[in-house]
Design a protein around this ligand. Structure first.
Ligand SMILES: Nc1ncnc2c1ncn2[C@@H]1O[C@H](COP(=O)(O)OP(=O)(O)OP(=O)(O)O)[C@@H](O)[C@H]1O
Ligand SMILES: [Mg+2]
Length: 306
């Protein structure tokens, strides 16, 4: 490890399945206590990377130090230092919430007294105390998610890996889950989290985008938005925005345009005058400058690639 402020250090990490390279030699470091978001489309290589970092999948090349342990040389050593909530988190549905946490604590080798103490602490923290005797299979999805997190943290890991932890959870529960993630980070725990939700990525200290096994950008949310600072972003309204897209893209001052909800988001030369910019496109009902979101950044990066 390069010093105890580094939690994860990845260099040239690669995974091949036969002749297919799912992860193509990626490099990044994550600092202690950092919330690091790992973003990418379906099949980009997020889960494959997480599994290598958790000692569950042997890398085909490169190195990864996780909490100072080389994942290829000592996968069992890594597992003791980390918590992992997998994409399809697996609880024992016919065990109660309490029994699930006790089971995982047992796997991690916690002695009985410590296990009971940690179980009660985790239940208190994750507001599960009232559900401790409910069968996991009978819990609502949001509670199952928190129970899976309780199982992942029962042994007080230094680093928590969360693979799409909020998929299938409503916005209020998602927000509450992120409050928990912040509290872990504030206490010094490192969080490595994948998500499809770009609004959630805004909550991360740093983000990297992975596309087809390659890291294409890495920065803070604000730093990523700086990538768009050479242009001005406009929200364009029209009765049927999709039909305007080809004409808007042909405008000389327009760098990129994409559908964004029921509007168009258009990146144009900063010097262009908005009133004149869209004058030649019929059907535009309103034009308003807006601040870029991470979704705009993502579209920009994805567009550059194709
Ligand atoms: N065991 C395996 N054998 C062969 N190919 C695999 C295996 N596991 C994953 N892949 C392939 O590797 C690529 C990356 O998969 P991975 O699960 O890491 O993607 P992901 O970014 O997590 O996607 P998602 O957002 O859908 O969860 C995909 O093309 C996938 O089909
Ligand atoms: Mg995945």
């Amino acid at each position: 490890m390069t010093g105890n402020l580094t939690a994860i250090e990845v260099s040239g990490l690669e995974k091949r399945f036969g002749s297919f390279r799912a992860v193509k030699g990626i490099d990044f470091t994550v600092g202690r206590g950092e919330i690091y978001g790992f973003l990418g489309a379906n099949g980009a290589g997020k889960s494959t990377t997480i599994k290598m970092l958790c000692g569950l999948l042997e890398p085909s090349g490169g190195t990864a130090l996780v909490a100072g342990v080389d994942v290829a040389k000592d996968p069992e050593g890594v597992k003791r230092k980390i918590g992992y909530m997998c994409q399809k988190f697996s609880l024992y549905e016919d065990l109660t919430a309490a029994e699930n946490v006790e089971f995982f604590g047992g796997i991690y080798g916690l002695a009985e007294k410590r296990l009971r103490q940690r179980r009660d602490e985790a239940f208190e923290l994750l507001e599960l105390t009232g559900r401790r005797d409910t069968f996991a299979g009978d819990l609502p999805r949001g509670f199952q998610q928190r129970l899976a997190l309780a199982c992942a943290i029962v042994h007080e890991p230094e680093i928590i890996f969360l693979d799409e932890p909020t998929a299938g959870v409503d916005p209020i529960q998602r927000r509450a889950f992120w409050d928990l993630i912040y509290s872990f980070s504030a206490a010094g725990t490192t969080i490595f989290v994948t998500t499809h939700f770009l609004d959630e990525a805004e909550f991360c200290h740093r983000i990297s985008f992975i596309a087809d096994g390659v890291l294409v950008a890495e920065n803070s949310p604000a730093g990523l938005k700086e990538l768009l600072s050479a242009w001005r972003l406009y929200e364009v309204r029209a009765a049927d925005p999709a039909t305007l897209l080809p004409a808007v893209r042909r405008l000389p001052a327009v760098h990129a345009a994409a559908l964004f909800g029921d509007t168009l988001h258009v990146m144009a030369d900063a010097a262009a005058v908005p009133d004149r910019l869209f004058a030649g496109v019929s059907g535009v009902t309103a034009v308003e400058p807006v601040a870029p979101t991470l979704e705009d950044v993502f579209l920009h990066i994805a567009g550059k690639k194709s």
